[in-house]
Design a protein around this ligand. Structure first.
Ligand code: ADP
Length: 260
């Protein structure tokens, strides 16, 4: 790893990648991967060339969400060639090892795998590389922030207090490594009854918006709790592709427009 005179890692670019965007959540299960994939697809339909890197070594979801599997081929220079679907290139540990294999890895192995994902992939030239970060604010997340020249980070949270406390940890982490925060996404912000269209705020409302205001950050979108988002993700056809006219798709386009 190249280092500065002070011994700090020098932030690197990724070949063929113009902009790097991190999608992060300090807690698992809040919808970070769903936001990463749908935002990448929205960026693509707005005309950008997009890659999606699944940096979640222990719980890769991109293969399922993009309905992709199989081992990547190697380029003539020995780099991994991304797998593509719906116009988006992607790379994930899920293409390389089974989750059961990765679960027993120690820190050093994880860092090696991460370095390979970050620097040994032969992307066809892309405008945006969206990185679906591992959940949390630990060493791995900090390392990614310190290794790469990142353009900005999107923080995903649900509106409950417990998730918001963690979201603040995420904000602090990015401040620590000088990565600009593009804004906060409030996922599962409300539920619209498919029959009577009544809107209920199951996890309380506006929590992420409050945290965003307190930290002078933008709220990029409020995504409803929508059964279709979950069902289509499980079926490998994210909602931006399967039902682009749905109301629930709009926030993903709002996030994409704030990135462009
Ligand atoms: P994370 O990456 O934070 O662990 P995921 O994106 O894997 O979270 O989402 C966790 C689960 O919640 C998945 O089953 C996903 O389909 C579902 N999900 C995410 N966002 C929504 C939403 N807005 N409405 C309904 N289900 C959602």
């Amino acid at each position: 790893m190249p280092r500065s005179q002070k011994g700090l890692p020098i932030r690197q670019k990724i070949p063929n990648v113009k902009n790097i965007i991190l999608v992060s959540s300090a807690k698992g299960g809040v919808g970070k991967s769903t936001v990463s994939v749908n935002t990448a697809l929205a960026l693509n339909s707005l005309g950008a060339k997009v890659g999606l890197l699944d940096a979640d070594i222990f719980g890769p979801s991109v293969p399922r969400l993009l309905n992709l599997q199989g081992e990547p081929r190697l380029s003539s220079s020995g780099k991994l060639i991304p797998l593509s679907n719906y116009g988006v290139q992607s790379m994930s540990m899920g293409y390389l090892v089974s989750p059961e294999q990765a679960v027993v890895w120690r820190g050093l192995m994880v860092m090696k795998a991460l370095q390979q994902l970050l620097f040994e992939v032969e992307w066809s030239p892309i405008d945006y590389l969206v990185i679906d970060m591992p959940p949390g604010t630990g060493d791995t997340q900090l390392s990614i922030g310190q290794l790469l020249q990142v353009n900005g980070a999107v923080i995903v949270s649900t509106p409950q207090d417990i998730a918001l406390i963690d979201a603040v940890k995420g904000i602090k982490m990015f401040e620590k490594v000088d990565i600009p925060i593009i804004g906060i996404v409030q996922n599962m912000s409300h539920y619209i009854c498919p029959n009577c269209k009544h809107e209920s705020h199951i996890f309380r409302s506006e929590g992420a918006r409050r945290i965003a205001d307190e930290h002078n950050l933008k709220t990029l979108g409020s995504i409803p709790l929508d059964e279709e988002i979950c069902l289509q993700s499980d079926a490998g056809k994210p909602i931006v592709i399967s039902n682009p006219d749905s109301e629930s798709v709009k926030p993903y386009f709002d996030i994409a427009r704030s990135i462009l």
